[in-house]
Design a protein around this ligand. Structure first.
Ligand code: DNO
Length: 401
């Protein structure tokens, strides 16, 4: 046995085809109906259509990533009640179509964020990067968010200004696009005014209020997920630090434990994203698997190289500070334990998350982080490590079956 090897596929327009996925050796697909407006119901017809395309290619739609949560739910304003009802219907429809694993996130306004989509690493491939002073420069001097000057020290403001002055117009434009246009699978593109308006909706929503709104959401959707047989997994904050003065509630072990405790059920789980949690040097990933493994419903494996200030770029899957080899060891042990306990969900879907843009893909169109060859390398390395760990455990008589 092994972790269920899956692959994110953005749908028929994804430049990486389902044949490519099959040849990479994945058997499960992670996909979403990105064309459905956030908050609207995913109908059985639309879900079945996507599922059929996947199945026609001999693959299985294993996980939905993501059913996005409308901002009105996160802020508990406007059409919140209607959007929660719609979310429930979507979960029921997914369950009825046999798709039983749903990832979502509760990050305010922006989904995952980076400041550079083409950071060149030593081997010449390009990685995604987040730089604290670049983001501060965007916040302070491009977005000019009211009150932002009170949230950065004098030194941070000076660094951000110097950073901006050192950049060409084209580089500044790239930074602007990187933050505003959103990354694949994230929220819609913003204008500067639109972003300011979206942020202003959080004027009265701090961490405590956001947690309360998440709990309200969970109390409504988890019982329905249980009935529909759907496992939910909240995705951590990426990066795991507050941005644009907005609240952040899924950045570390304690956050994850609070969410699990808010509604104690295997259906209320975590998407264990090693890249998101791992970008904070405070998070010990193998220890986190030991602590919350019983509620891990979906896994993203990738590594980052970070510094104490919070800057990071995405490293090769087995390099950087993610300690992915030890994480895989803990995951193999976790699956053994689940089998012993007789859990039906012992095999956990895992996808290689992101990858470098490599030379063979450099001239092809691709979604940032989601080119084919970089992820193929990641999956192959992960698969090799897992096979090796299982082999050794079996020969020692210590599980790994
Ligand atoms: C980035 C991804 C995120 C993630 C969503 C989950 O590569 O991990 O887009 O899918 O935040 O809801």
């Amino acid at each position: 046995m092994s972790l269920k090897q899956t692959w994110r596929w953005y749908g028929p327009k994804d430049p990486v085809s389902l044949i490519d996925v099959k040849q990479a050796g994945a058997t499960g697909i992670v996909s979403a109906l990105h064309h459905v407006p956030i908050g609207a119901v995913w109908t059985v017809e639309e879900i079945s259509e996507r599922r059929n395309i996947i199945e026609l290619n001999g693959l299985k739609w294993s996980v939905v990533e993501s059913v996005p949560v409308h901002e009105d739910i996160k802020t508990n304003t406007g059409r919140c009640a209607e959007y929660i009802d719609n979310y429930i219907t979507t979960i029921q429809n997914l369950g009825a179509c046999g798709i039983k694993n749903v990832c979502y996130n509760f990050m305010p306004v922006l989904d995952w964020s980076r400041t550079d989509l083409k950071y060149e690493v030593e081997d010449g491939s390009a990685a995604l990067r987040f730089e604290v002073k670049a983001f501060a420069a965007f916040d302070l001097f491009i977005l000019k968010r009211p009150g932002s000057e009170n949230e950065y020290s004098k030194q941070e403001q000076a660094d951000a200004k110097a950073y901006l002055q050192s950049r060409s117009e084209e580089q500044i434009e790239d930074l602007l696009k990187c933050v505003l246009m959103g990354l694949p699978g994230g929220n819609e593109a913003f204008t500067l005014e639109g972003l300011l308006a979206a942020i202003a909706k959080y004027d009265n929503v701090d961490d405590k209020a956001l947690r309360k709104n998440l709990n309200t959401f969970l109390n409504r959707i988890v019982p329905e997920a249980i009935t529909a047989g759907v496992l939910l997994g909240i995705h951590p904050d990426d990066p795991p630090r507050p941005l644009l003065g907005l609240p952040r509630i899924v950045s570390n072990l304690q956050d994850a434990q609070e969410i699990i405790a808010a509604y104690d059920s295997p259906n209320n789980g975590i998407t264990f994203c090693t890249g998101s949690f791992g970008a904070s040097l405070q998070n010990n990933l193998p220890a986190m698997v030991r602590a919350i493994g019983h509620r891990i419903n979906f896994i993203h494996l990738r590594s980052t190289e970070s510094d104490v200030e919070g800057n990071f770029h995405e490293a090769n899957h087995l390099e950087g500070d993610g300690d992915i080899v030890n994480v895989i060891y803990e995951l193999v042990k976790l699956e053994d334990k689940r089998k012993e306990e007789g859990r039906a969900d012992f095999s956990i879907p895992m996808r290689p998350d992101h990858g470098h843009l490599m030379r063979g893909d450099a001239n092809k169109k691709s979604n940032p982080g989601y080119s084919g060859i970089g992820r193929l390398r990641g999956l192959a390395e992960i698969r090799g490590v897992e096979a090796g760990i299982r082999r050794v455990l079996r020969s020692l008589g210590e599980g790994g079956n």
